[in-house]
Design a protein around this ligand. Structure first.
Ligand SMILES: [Zn+2]
Length: 322
């Protein structure tokens, strides 16, 4: 009896080994065909959606939250969140952070108190451990919204340190330098009162402008501060009242990232996109490409998009079921 069981076990083991060898042979044979090679290329593309960007020391994620802003900066193991979308998008932002492995934030920075920038921020502060919240001393008249009060309440409830920042202040995320450039003047509207932040890291630079319009753009250009960067997070979702020619001339970005979504505001505006293209910038839009991830490895800037990833995944699944 025992002998028969031993023989059966041996037989099953040999069968499993033969099946494994046959599977390897099929995969190798398929890989040598044109379809197989294409499949592997796409599979590598999929793994590389986050693969090389995960290896890069610096990543800038423009998260798709519709016509709103949520930008994640990661550098050498530290992370900063600029804005957090609207209130219903709090889940989207938290899920995104966890999906890319961010379980702690060094700074959370609201660009200005408008609901499409800070609506989801209270939820982020409640769910993701955060070291410090950086704000600007906006006048009380701009801070009356429920969303802003919720943000302050979450900061208090979580006993988070909250610091007011001013132009000239410098912070670090990893070895990347974050410098506050604006607002340079008091403006009555909240858009022009947005924090303007410049990021520099090993030859790469980016500019984040919240929802500033011509007036605040003019303040920046007039100040003579260095605005020339590789990546511009386009102000105010690409509205017609932002991205003046003089401002774009000073910024001269290689990439321009627009955060927009389908709604009645018809953003980004055609004339703004035209001005951006005239500067030679490659325009990338969350309403077209989904989440955008820019990664810098010290020499090359790469762009990875959610749509590109989805297309690669669909293609790979098609090939697998064929
Ligand atoms: Zn906005």
């Amino acid at each position: 009896m025992e002998k028969r069981e031993r023989e059966l076990r041996e037989k099953r083991k040999k069968l499993r080994e033969a099946a494994l060898l046959a599977l390897i042979a099929i995969v190798l044979a398929f890989s040598a065909t044109p379809n197989g090679r294409e499949l592997w290329t796409w599979l590598f593309a999929i793994s590389e959606f986050s693969g090389p960007s995960q290896q890069s020391p610096l990543r800038v994620h423009v998260i798709d939250v519709g016509k709103a802003d949520a930008i994640l900066l990661e550098c050498q193991g530290e992370a900063v969140l600029l804005d957090a979308g609207t209130y219903p998008r709090g889940d989207t932002v938290v899920d995104y952070l966890l999906r890319v492995g961010v379980t702690e934030l060094k700074y959370v920075i609201p660009s200005h108190p408008d609901s499409d920038h800070i609506g989801g921020m209270a939820q982020v502060l409640q769910e993701i451990p955060t070291q410090e919240v950086l704000t600007y001393p906006w006048p009380a008249s701009l801070c009356q919204s429920t969303e802003y009060q919720n943000l302050l309440q979450a900061t208090r409830e979580e006993s988070l340190s909250c610091r007011q920042v001013l132009p000239g202040d410098v912070f670090s995320v990893g070895e990347a330098r974050l410098q506050i450039l604006g607002p340079l003047k008091a403006h009555e509207d909240s858009n022009n009162s947005s924090l303007v932040i410049r990021l520099d890291f090993q030859g790469f630079s980016a500019l984040f402008c919240g929802d500033i319009a011509y007036e605040a753009e003019k303040d920046l250009v007039k100040s003579g501060v260095d605005l020339d960067v590789d990546l511009l997070k386009v102000p105010h979702h690409g509205s017609a009242s932002s991205c003046s020619s003089r401002f774009l001339e000073a910024v001269s970005p290689a990439y321009a990232a627009v955060s927009a979504g389908p709604d009645n505001s018809h953003l980004p505006r055609e004339e703004t996109l035209r001005r951006l293209e005239e500067t030679g910038a490659q325009v990338c839009r969350t309403d077209v490409e989904g989440d955008l991830v820019f990664s810098w490895d010290g020499e090359t800037l790469s762009l990875w998009t959610e749509r590109q990833y989805n297309r690669a995944l669909e293609y790979a699944l098609e090939k697998l079921v064929q």
